[in-house]
Design a protein around this ligand. Structure first.
Ligand SMILES: C[S@@+](CC[C@H](N)C(=O)[O-])C[C@H]1O[C@@H](n2cnc3c(N)ncnc32)[C@H](O)[C@@H]1O
Length: 209
């Protein structure tokens, strides 16, 4: 199954590796998967608006891929750590974006950096995961939270909706492709350490319950 046709399985690492390999040799695929982002695009403008709320903080990006968000957000954080299970992506990020304030690390199952962050974010990752893998991911995130940590999830494709539900949400301006609505209850039930808080009309963040 192509990752674009549905959820992928975290344990199908071969698929990430194969896609990463292809992206590194195919400019147009790379532009979509990991190349530099257009600073004027709707997505970047929207994300920057959210991060205006969280300037001068420490950031952890989960599923950072090739590391491009570390560059886009460099004026916002004091220090940044990007983690990803796909080794070639982390290698690229280290070569391209590592600075004295931005570092990257390869992760495996049950990962733990033994460090807390003020802001933890995850873009276009959970949309591909099954619910059990989503829960596992959130449990790893919890280990890196202090009392005030905010977790920001931005997902372009709402993987756990039925096609019809997703269509409806996209059609209604309410969702406008940004945040996750439906799993709020489910995730709170499965990860009782977390609860959702709405911080502006379009944005929900996870905080410690
Ligand atoms: C569509 S890419 C998004 C990359 C990056 N967030 C961006 O927006 O450029 C999804 C990334 O999630 C990573 N990933 C897949 N499963 C993951 C998991 N269980 N935990 C963390 N990252 C995961 C993949 O290796 C891949 O780099």
């Amino acid at each position: 199954m192509s990752i674009w046709n549905g959820k992928w399985d975290y344990h199908s690492q071969d698929m990430f590796d194969e896609r990463t390999d292809r992206a590194l040799h195919d400019q147009s695929l790379f532009a979509r998967d990991g190349g530099p982002l257009d600073p004027d695009s709707e997505r970047v403008v929207y994300i920057k608006k959210i991060f205006d709320w969280f300037k001068g903080k420490s950031y952890l990006e989960v599923g950072c891929g090739f590391g491009r968000w570390s560059d886009i957000l460099k004026d916002y954080y004091t220090n940044y750590t990007g983690v990803d299970p796909t080794k070639a992506r982390i290698e690229y990020a280290l070569k391209t974006y590592e600075t004295s304030r931005a570092k990257f690390q390869h992760i495996g199952d049950g990962w733990n950096l033994y460090e807390n962050f003020d802001v933890i974010f995850c873009f276009a990752v959970i949309q591909h995961l099954t619910m059990p893998d989503t829960i596992a991911l959130l449990k790893c995130i919890v280990k890196h939270m202090h009392e005030d940590t905010k977790v920001i999830l931005y997902e372009g494709r709402l993987g756990w909706f039925t096609e019809e539900e997703a269509e409806e949400l996209y059609a209604s301006e309410k969702c406008s492709n940004h945040m996750i609505y439906k799993p709020i209850g489910i995730l709170e039930m499965e990860v009782p350490e977390l609860k959702w808080r709405q911080i502006n009309p379009l944005t929900y963040v996870l905080v410690r319950s």
